[in-house]
Design a protein around this ligand. Structure first.
Ligand code: HEC
Length: 98
């Protein structure tokens, strides 16, 4: 096998592994929101549900919490620990919940 074929094969393989890891990470990230926003974002209390939220709306709200532009009781602290990449993963995850 030529070097470029080997490189292509390992690239494709790593791509698959990455995709699987992203799915797991998203669920793991989202589980730390479950205490307040319910399992998979289905809130049962007074907290807003995250399930089915538009992903762009979600990303924007997290950014507003981070900068303090959207006043919040607890979400400013909760939004702070997440990177853009993690917020994108969670946005996809919650948007995909029915
Ligand atoms: C301690 C409870 C708590 C936890 C944990 C928590 N939230 Fe929240 N969240 C709230 C509350 C309360 C609000 C309403 C705004 C406010 O007062 O902070 C809110 C609002 C939101 C909103 C805005 C919803 C809307 O309809 O505008 C988003 C998005 C959100 N949270 C995402 C998350 C994510 C993602 C996590 C996990 C990383 C998380 N929250 C963890 C309590 C929590």
């Amino acid at each position: 096998m030529s070097f470029s074929r080997l490189a292509l094969a390992s690239f494709l393989l790593l791509g698959c592994i990455n995709l699987q890891a992203e799915g797991r990470n998203a669920a793991l990230l989202a589980s730390s929101c479950a205490a307040c926003h319910g399992t998979k974002g289905h809130s049962v209390g007074g907290t807003p549900s995250l399930a089915g939220l538009d992903r762009l709306y979600f990303i924007e709200q997290m950014r507003l919490f981070q900068t303090g532009e959207r006043p919040a009781t607890v979400m400013m602290q909760h939004a702070l620990g997440y990177s853009e990449e993690e917020i994108r993963l969670m946005a996809d995850y919650f948007a995909a919940q029915k």
